[in-house]
Design a protein around this ligand. Structure first.
Ligand SMILES: [Zn+2]
Length: 317
């Protein structure tokens, strides 16, 4: 899998060299987007550490075979659980006991924490103890999309590795490898903000909804009809697309060329007219709705759709 993600290679090589020189820190914090290969990188590093060979992961040794079978006794993966999608204190305590024990295979012990930013405060405090007194040959790999949502005390005890982001050529090559048709690649990369794994996983209904929304916002000049359209869309996707137009338009005021294509590009062009302050106010309004949705899932979509449509038409009219 990892050789499909060549933009990660330099960081993987670095970590392997440090491991072999005995200089790899016990706490590693990978920061990046899942769509750029965040979790694949975490898994690969875990495999590399457990293998420990010069060309790790070799894929041949006992450690590699156990790891690939998902049965390596010196490896644990912690993920958010339950409806609240939180990492709570109990699994962290159990992990702490595991880390201070003895490795069954005689090598290293590795624990991965997916979505580490979803630890609650007591879990994070329990984790701090593990980071302060790591057992011998034990490694903790934290994977997070958001550095700012982790406690500073946790961050400061880890080596932070910010995931490299693929350029457009590498992202396109990845999509080619996943047999995505050339004509679909630009839109997929726009929708996923350039994250290739997300781009490859998009389904066709999400893509046609995206095209429909661009079409509606391009052609619909009446508030009631635009609002009626918006009220029927999945809220988060609709807002994400609007935000993308606004952000792209703001970026273009500073750096020129529009990166989007087709109808999305036309909409960004239309947003070049209003003053920057109005654009920022509109942007704040979109973020406010997103925020309300996060706190209150049953927010009246009809109501905000009308307000949003009215503000859009005022902005672009
Ligand atoms: Zn191996």
């Amino acid at each position: 899998m990892i050789n499909k993600l060549p933009w990660l290679t330099p960081q993987i090589m670095d970590s392997r060299q440090q491991l072999q020189a005995g200089k790899l820190p016990h706490g590693l914090l990978l920061v990046g987007r899942p769509g750029d290969g965040l979790h694949q990188m975490g898994e690969h590093l875990a495999n590399t550490i457990l293998c420990g060979k010069a060309e790790a992961p070799c894929g041949q040794c006992k450690a590699c075979q156990l790891f690939l079978a998902g049965t390596h006794p010196d490896y644990r993966l912690l993920e958010p659980e339950g409806k609240s999608e939180t990492i709570k204190i109990e699994p962290i305590r159990a992990m702490s006991a595991f880390m201070s024990g003895t490795a069954q295979q005689g090598g290293a012990r590795v624990v991965r924490l997916r979505s580490a930013e979803r630890m609650n405060t007591s879990a994070a405090n329990a984790l701090l103890k593990v980071l302060e007194e790591p057992g011998r040959d034990s490694f903790l790999i934290l994977e997070s999309e958001s550095l700012s949502r982790l406690l500073p005390t946790v961050r400061s005890r880890c080596r932070i590795i910010k995931l490299a982001v693929p350029d457009q050529n590498k992202a396109n090559a990845y999509l080619e490898g996943e047999a995505i048709a050339p004509a679909e690649r630009p839109l997929r990369l726009i929708m996923s903000e350039g994250a290739p794994l997300t781009a490859a996983a998009l389904d066709s209904s999400a893509m046609s909804r995206w095209r429909e929304q661009a079409e509606a916002f391009s052609s619909q000049g009446r508030m009631t009809e635009l609002a009626a359209f918006l009220a029927k869309q999945p809220a988060r996707d609709a807002l994400q697309q609007l935000l993308l137009w606004v952000d792209e338009s703001i970026r273009c005021r500073y750096t020129g060329a529009v990166k989007l294509v087709d109808q999305d590009k036309l909409l960004v062009d239309r947003l070049k007219q209003p003053p920057l302050t109005s654009l920022f106010r509109f942007r704040d309004y979109i973020l406010e709705i997103e925020d309300s949705l996060n706190r209150q899932a049953n927010l009246n979509q009809q109501l905000w759709s009308e307000q949003l449509a009215a503000r859009w038409l005022e902005l672009t009219g």
